[in-house]
Design a protein around this ligand. Structure first.
Ligand code: NAP
Length: 341
């Protein structure tokens, strides 16, 4: 195969507060010829996820920061366009950690590169409902939330990639499910399309009282994705023995000094009778990923679990689309279509 040109988006500077266009730079390079065992993957869809904000900061976390000048990290769904491995042939569809770029050279032993089948569910869903966010919902609710039928589950960011799946699995398990989302349109979708029992708009003036009305028996499980004012309101309504798996707290991700933020750990820790709460990572459940993948793919293929996607167009636009996660301009899983096959 002749030498290919590859566009990528690198981190140009560490954002202070909300990332802006000047924190990223578009670069063009050429793809080196493949060595034995390598596979060339063309990115078709790029996943944009809130965790990427943490990677843009120098602060230590569970994963290393992206170095200045390095390609921004991301999972992608793509197609094999060249292979020097017996494990992959041209035309195979894969998910891999290509980052924000058009082409990626993977090694056939890379465990983060794996085949997917767009004949079962659409390719982009392997980045969302049938991928990392779906698995987060699956393990976060079932293993960390320890649900018991009849209990009340409250889900923040309920129309989003993770929250939408948490609530739908909650309904399957016989829970009374209340979503929290921003705006009437998202709340109507969560209740009418996804089948949650109620959905409360955290941007409305009467959010606290509306949440109380929506949860007449208190809250047994709170699936935490946002933090901030939403968590303050939820914290007033926990039942004894409640669980609050902390998946994330996006309201603080753009803080200029995260150590000064009032996180869910502060809010829950101050309660007289705090819920059982700890941060969990989807990768804590890595050995059981196949279980979640098979359940989610089956549910999506059969229509039992519904999903919504916001599909942006063009790699160059990725920094702009990324900001949508923090303004709520995305509706469901945010992906960027990078190229046609
Ligand atoms: N622990 C893990 O392994 C793991 C894995 C995946 C994701 N996560 C976490 O899960 C959470 C959801 O991720 P996702 O991919 O599903 O994103 P998402 O829900 O698809 O998108 C983010 C949503 O967050 C809401 N939001 C943004 N700022 C907010 C604020 N200040 N207050 C309240 N809501 C706000 C917006 O929805 P509205 O329009 O409704 O405000 C926005 O659409 C994030 O905290 C993420 O870091 C954790």
């Amino acid at each position: 195969m002749s030498e290919l040109s590859n566009k990528s988006i690198v981190l140009a500077s560490r954002p202070v507060g909300e990332p802006t266009a000047k924190d990223f730079r578009l670069e063009t390079s050429s793809v080196a010829p493949l060595k034995d065992g390598e596979v060339l993957i063309k990115t078709l869809y790029l996943s944009l996820d809130p965790y990427m904000r943490g990677r843009m900061s120098a602060a230590k976390s569970y994963a290393d920061p992206v170095a200045i000048g390095d390609v921004m990290v991301a999972e992608t769904a793509g197609i094999v366009v060249d292979s020097r491995s017996d494990n992959y042939v041209v035309g195979d569809y894969v998910c891999c950690r290509a980052g924000w770029q058009e082409y990626f050279v993977s090694h056939h032993k890379d465990p983060m590169t794996y085949k997917v089948d767009p004949g079962k569910v659409p390719l982009s869903t392997y980045l969302g409902v049938c991928g990392m966010p779906g698995r987060t919902a699956y393990f976060g609710l079932i293993r960390e939330g320890k649900p018991v039928a009849g209990e009340t589950l409250v889900v923040s960011a309920a129309s989003g990639a993770v929250g939408s799946v948490v609530g739908q699995i909650g309904k399957k398990l016989g829970l009374y499910v209340v979503g929290i989302a921003g705006g009437e349109k998202k709340c109507a979708y969560v209740k009418d399309e996804l089948g949650f029992d109620e959905c409360v708009d955290y941007k409305s003036d009467n959010f606290g009282s509306a949440l109380k009305t929506a949860c007449p028996n208190g809250i047994d499980i709170y699936f935490e994705s946002v933090g901030g004012a939403v968590t303050e309101a939820v914290a007033k309504q926990f039942n004894s023995g409640a669980r609050a798996p902390i998946c994330g707290y996006i309201a603080s991700y753009n803080a200029t000094d995260i150590t000064k933020e009032r996180t869910p750990f502060h809010i829950f820790g101050e309660l007289k009778n705090p819920p059982e709460h700890k941060f969990f990572l989807v990768f804590d459940h890595y050995p059981d990923f196949a279980e979640a993948n098979s359940a989610l793919t089956k549910w999506v293929a059969s229509g039992e679990i519904k999903y919504q996607e916001t599909v942006g167009e063009g790699l160059e636009m990725a920094p702009e689309y990324f900001s949508w996660l923090f303004s709520g301009k995305n509706f469901g899983k945010l992906v960027v279509k990078v190229a046609d096959e």
